[in-house]
Ligand binder design. Structure first.
Ligand code: SPD
Length: 290
């Protein structure tokens, strides 16, 4: 039914993110045409030319990024953990075949190696073709690509990384295992002393159950954990949460000053935004403390 309604809207020039994950609510974006559509081994991949937000990447009917506002999500997912670490050298990025997190992580001079693990090679290929300004992250010579399930990859690593960033899709389809306790155990083991993880944490408005679950898991496993929020107008709800946890001190404030040249290139992250992002309204604070 949802697919039929979605098709009907498409004929009228609107992509509508109708999905059982957020019943009764949907973001709609005006589209000029579908630029690409294919089914990979794992998921349906579509690229649209929107009327107002540049090109848009959609996986299994869910918006992953638009060229106009992807910077907000990618900057916060990368710079929150990297700035909370005093000297991040070894970074692992799981998921996010568009390369946006790699682009942002690569802006840090301290970073010496970035391992990148993505289950669906096709997403990388499509992103390189249609989103060169996001996928430029793959051109960094510090990046080592592993086409593999993140859960399996992480279980082979022991004390390897200063920062691990999990840019997953939603907990339906290939991303589901990345929201479960065994995966977080694996992340913990893969961290070097003082290491930090940062994962896509859904929304306190739309998915309180996932926020509660991830908060409980990270609180039990790590020394410190905290939830942040980033505004992303083209995600349903207009925002998304970021789950962070550390084997070291609290990560709600930057651990070092930000390089001035780096700050000048950013559009969303700043040390002030870092601190503010962790301030939660009471209903959300209750969820993360439950
Ligand atoms: N509800 C959408 C969640 C998408 C999270 N991943 C985005 C991938 C961008 N690199």
């Amino acid at each position: 039914m949802a697919a039929e309604v979605q098709e009907e809207y498409l004929h009228k020039g609107w992509f509508s993110e109708i999905n059982e994950m957020w019943p009764g609510i949907a973001v709609s974006i005006g589209v000029d045409k579908k630029l690409f559509s294919a089914k990979s081994r794992y998921q349906q991949i579509d690229v649209y030319q929107t009327r107002s937000h540049g090109k848009m990447l959609v996986l299994d009917g869910i918006i992953q990024l638009t060229e106009q506002d992807e910077f907000a999500y990618h900057e916060m997912m990368a710079h929150l953990p990297l700035m909370a670490h005093p000297n991040p050298e070894r970074v692992l990025v799981i998921g996010g075949g568009d390369g946006g997190i790699l682009r942002e992580a690569g802006r840090h001079d301290t970073v010496r190696r970035m391992d990148f693990c993505e289950i669906d090679e096709k997403v990388i290929e499509v992103s390189r073709r249609f989103f060169p300004e996001t996928a430029c992250g793959f051109n960094d010579e510090r990046v080592h690509i592993h086409i593999e399930d993140g859960d399996t990859f992480v279980n082979r690593c022991k004390s390897c990384y200063d920062v691990i960033i999990v840019d997953s899709s939603d907990p339906v389809g290939p991303g589901e295992a990345l929201f479960r306790r065994p995966f977080y155990n694996g992340l913990k083991q893969a961290l070097a002393p003082g290491g930090i993880i940062c994962t896509q944490g859904e929304s306190s408005f739309l998915h309180p159950e996932w926020v509660r679950e991830l908060s409980q898991i990270t609180r039990e496993l790590f020394e410190a954990s905290a939830y942040a929020t980033v505004i992303v107008p083209t995600y349903t709800g207009g925002h998304i949460s970021i789950c962070t946890a550390s084997l070291g001190p609290a990560l709600t404030v930057p651990a070092r000053p930000m390089d001035k040249d780096l700050q000048a290139r950013l559009k969303y992250y700043s040390p002030e935004v870092h601190k503010a992002a962790f301030a939660l309204p009471p209903f959300a604070r209750k969820l993360v403390e439950a």
